[in-house]
Structure formats: C-alpha cells, structure tokens
Design a protein around this ligand. Structure first.
Ligand SMILES: [Zn+2]
Length: 399
C-alpha cells in the first residue's frame, strides 16, 4: 500500500530522490529454506516532503509482517547495552524522573538500567517473542502498540508519569500522531517526552542510504521533528546528537510552551540550516551520489567474486540493503554473533548467516564489513584474520 501524503504534515508536495526498485524487508531474515517461496519484496521509493522536510518512504508494509517476529534483541548487542546504561544515567541527571514509560522497549535493556537506578520503569512493545524475554527478567512490560488506549490503561494503573521515551522506534511507526496523543495523555503537565531517532544529518554526512528501508518509515531532522511535535502540542527544549546506530538525535520536548530551551537546540538548528537539510535539492544530490556508491561496490565485488572467496560481517538491516542493492548472491556466508540471526538466511540473497566460529573455520579472501559502523570493534575482535577487510561506508575502502 502506498501513502500519497507526508507522514509528518500530510502535505502532498513530495519529491522522490532514491529508488532502488523492489527490495525484501531488511529485517526479513528467513528461518529455513522452506520460507524462500513465501518471501515477498516491496517497492522502496524514498521521498522528501517539501513542506516539512521529512525524509520518508511512502510504501506501507503491514507492521504485523515487519515486527511480529522481530529478530533484533538489544541485549545481545554490546555497544547498545552500553548506550542504554548511559541513556538511563542521562535521564536521571537531566530530568530526574520517578517514573518512566518506554515504548518499543524491546527486551527491556533500558528498563533494567532505569530500575537499577531506582526509577520505576514500564515498557510497551508490540513484539510477542521479544516482550516475553523482558518479562522473564521480571520487568513490567505490556505487549501492545503504544497509543491513546494503552496510555489510558497505564494512567489508570500507575498514574501520570514524568518521562515517556522511545529509542530508535518512533521513526519505525507510520502513525506517529498516535504515539504523541498517547504520550500527551499519560505525561504529567511538567513531564517530558524524550525521543531518540536516527538522524537525517548523519545520513547526509556519511551517505547512509543503507538505513533507508521499510522498517524505518521516516528519518527525522530536528527541523522536521520540531514541526511534527509542535502540531501535537509539544515544545522542543533539548537536542543532542548521539552515536547510536551511526548517528542519532536525542530530542526532549515538554508540554509547557514557557519552558527554557537549551542552547544545544540552537546549535543543531544552525547546523541544519547550513547544510540545507530540508531542501529537496540536497536530497536529490544525496540520492545520485548514493546510487553511484552502490554501483562502485557492486562492480568491484562482482569482479572479485569471479576468482576470490568473499563473505560479509554483520547481518544487520544495513547488510540486507547492501547485499540486495549490489546483488551479492555470491557471498559464502554472513557472520553474526546474535543467536537471533545466526542459523538463518539473509533476505533476498538467502546467504547463510553463521556464528563467528564458522568464520574462523573457513576464512574467506575478502571480508566486507556490512555493519560498517562497528568496523573497529569487529576488526579488534577478529584480529586473527589474515585476509583483506573492506568497508563500504562512509568511504569505500580496503585494509
Ligand atoms: Zn511534511
């Protein structure tokens, strides 16, 4: 199904800037070869809204298909666990809440860190298998999509709360207004909404076209997010860049229009103005350059694959994008240490995903780091490898 208006502001002034044709879901890992026959692909055109500057795909895939058996468990990814421990400490220092509700809480990695600090934490997440993991750890989690109904239910159960947060989930949702309406109903009048979203500025800086997939319905800038929040009665009071998922934005907003705005908001606004982040021309250029980058990586590895063994490291959503956009059906395997990924097949190319031990048993000649944002960590961990490493972004390189 395709929307014909902007996710953030309902405008129909939308400009297409990147189209990679039909692609499988980036998170659509297959459990067995038997699932290949049922695998679907979907168009993936990426647009910018000329009215509010929001970068988005207009193609809507049923969230039940995308997230029901979501194979992304935050607690299995070391740097993410660290991120959430830091985030919990930051929330305590900056906003000092007694109660926090997190939507899209995944397996409860943030909830656990908050509880450790003595903060009462409640989670909401639609994925059955992942929320089960959180409950097994004794955390307070409801399996649902966060919206006005669940907000009402929580309000009756635990009262109004100090902070509502969503980390790397707000942009996955094609009804952001439901989240905002829910948050407004559940927050105390002086409470805060804290959102961590993948940042459009980082996309521009590092050519991260590989994060533009169906599951990420939108990529926000401070500018486009401010407009959306304002329409629903929230005022931005703080904004910080973080390194999560190769560049995110942490935005704090309140319901009181008179609350003091922190200076970090002004600094990011100035940066966004300088790089013309809401201009369609900026993104048309980004689209052209990204296509060129894909073409170069496809040609170089296509040639190498004629006489060399090639594998990839990191079965993330980014990996799905690279292997499918570059048609890398020649890869020996993709390495991933997560038990949610290893043993499965990559979407589209159906390359087997293996544990790091198998990489050691059968090392390839070339190893392409598809999780390029973790390149340093991966190379340090696998420093025994005598072959050639490569990373496609931010600059395509061999080392
Ligand atoms: Zn818009």
């Amino acid at each position: 199904m395709r929307r014909n208006s902007c996710l953030g502001c309902s405008s129909t002034q939308l400009v297409l800037f990147l189209d990679l044709g039909d692609m499988p879901l980036a998170g659509g890992f297959l459990s067995s070869p038997g699932e290949i026959i049922k695998e679907k692909t979907y168009p993936l055109p990426i647009y910018i809204c000329e009215s509010c500057g929001l970068v988005q795909t207009l193609e809507i895939v049923d969230p039940e298909v995308m997230f029901q058996n979501y194979s992304f468990s935050s607690s299995t990814i070391g740097p993410l666990v660290e991120h959430f421990e830091d985030y919990a400490a930051w929330l305590q220092q900056t906003l000092n809440p007694n109660t926090v509700v997190e939507f899209g809480c995944n397996d409860g990695v943030l909830l656990k860190s908050l509880e450790k600090l003595g903060i009462s934490a409640h989670g909401v997440d639609p994925s059955k298998n992942i929320t089960q993991l959180a409950r097994e750890k004794g955390l307070n989690v409801t399996t649902a999509y966060f919206g006005p109904e669940i907000a009402q239910e929580l309000r009756e159960r635990i009262g109004q709360v100090d902070v509502i947060t969503g980390s790397n989930v707000f942009a996955h949702n094609d009804c952001p207004e439901r989240i905002l309406e829910g948050a407004k109903a559940l927050l105390k009048p002086n409470g805060h909404l804290c959102l961590e979203v993948m940042y459009a500025g980082s996309l521009l800086d590092e050519w991260q076209w590989d994060t533009l997939y169906h599951e990420h319905a939108a990529v926000y800038s401070l500018s486009s997010l401010t407009k959306l929040l304002h329409r629903h009665g929230f005022y931005v009071v703080g904004a910080t860049k973080t390194s999560m998922h190769s560049g995110s934005l942490r935005v704090t907003a309140g319901l009181d229009s008179k609350e003091l705005v922190r200076s970090d908001v002004v600094a990011i606004q100035a940066y966004e103005q300088k790089c013309a982040i809401t201009s369609s021309q900026t993104w048309i250029n980004f689209g052209k350059q990204s296509k060129r980058k894909i073409q170069i990586v496809a040609e170089v590895f296509g040639q190498l694959s004629l006489h060399k063994r090639i594998a990839a490291y990191g079965a993330s959503g980014k990996a799905s994008m690279w292997v499918n956009a570059c048609k890398m059906d020649y890869l020996q395997y993709v390495v991933d240490s997560s038990p949610f990924r290893a043993g499965k097949l990559m979407p589209g190319t159906h390359t087997p995903i293996v544990f790091p031990d198998d990489f050691k048993k059968q090392p390839p000649d070339y190893m392409l780091i598809t999780a390029w944002d973790y390149a340093d960590i991966i190379c340090t961990k696998e420093n025994w490898f005598g072959g050639i490493w490569s990373a496609p972004l931010p600059v395509f390189r061999f080392f």
